[in-house]
Ligand binder design. Structure first.
Ligand code: ZN
Length: 259
């Protein structure tokens, strides 16, 4: 199991469509809800929601230019995503209030170096595929989507301190993992994300959207993965076998036989 944190977000394919822009624009001018209390919104009805806005005033004296519009304990805006066709939820939505920023931030896992890093200390046998510079892992249990795979540099690097040779290889590896995932068959789109904000060792996430699952296009695919019932074990393993074979065709090795 990859122990990366699971905060997830990616841009939707149709975020800027005229229809969606019109929808989000239609929210303007609605009355604000009570500042300082959670704002309940009916995601399925434009008429029912209430609008909570942020007071444009500094509240923390943090001297932080990116947080001065945020007021701890108050709620933010109604996000346009609740009107997108791919938003997985309906009914009342309550946004959590802003929490107190933490500065300095708590260290990420592995920030102390390779000796303290789970990714560095996992043997090749924990991975689906490896070569001299990169390793690919997957989840411990079947996900809802056909597979979730993670691309890691073998050495202890985050994105910002990859060596120039690894930077040059990264694009090729992203391409190869995307192609290998598509080789599973029945995949309409492979999305890639750099989540794992709790870990210091770079790992990119790859999610495939099954053909026909148009409802899950874009931003919310990772959440739809958690909503879908898990893949049957045998199907998941077959998906990983096809993925591994396709990746192996471009080089590297598979440390353990995939059943
Ligand atoms: Zn590491």
């Amino acid at each position: 199991m990859d122990n990366a944190t699971s905060s997830r977000n990616i841009l939707p394919l149709a975020k800027t469509s005229p229809r969606r822009l019109a929808r989000s624009g239609s929210n303007r001018g609605r009355p604000p809800a009570g500042i300082g209390s959670p704002a309940p919104w009916d995601c399925g009805s434009q008429r029912a929601f209430r609008y909570a806005r942020i007071r444009l005033m500094p509240a923390h004296n943090l001297g932080h230019p990116h947080l001065d519009q945020m007021v701890v304990g108050e709620t933010g805006r109604r996000p346009p995503v609740v009107d997108w066709d791919n938003f997985p939820f309906s009914g009342e939505l309550v946004i959590k209030p802003f929490e107190q920023p933490e500065l300095p931030e708590p260290p990420r896992h592995g920030a102390a170096g390779p000796a303290e890093c789970q990714s560095c200390n996992r043997p090749d046998s924990d991975y689906l595929w490896v070569d001299d510079n990169w390793r690919v892992s997957t989840t411990a249990e079947p996900p809802g989507l056909p597979a979730i795979v993670f691309l890691h540099p073998r050495a202890h690097h985050d994105l910002g301190d990859l060596t120039p040779p690894l930077v040059a290889e990264l694009g090729s590896m992203i391409f190869r993992v995307e192609r290998a995932y598509t080789a599973i068959g029945g995949i309409a789109r492979v999305h890639m994300a750099r989540w794992g904000d709790g870990g210091a060792h770079l790992h990119l996430w790859f999610y495939g959207r099954p053909e026909g699952f148009v409802q899950a296009r874009g931003t919310w695919l990772a959440t739809w993965d958690d909503i879908l019932p898990p893949q049957p074990e045998a199907q998941w393993r077959e998906n990983l076998r096809r993925f591994g074979e396709a990746l192996l065709a471009g080089g590297g090795r598979i440390p353990t036989a995939m059943e």
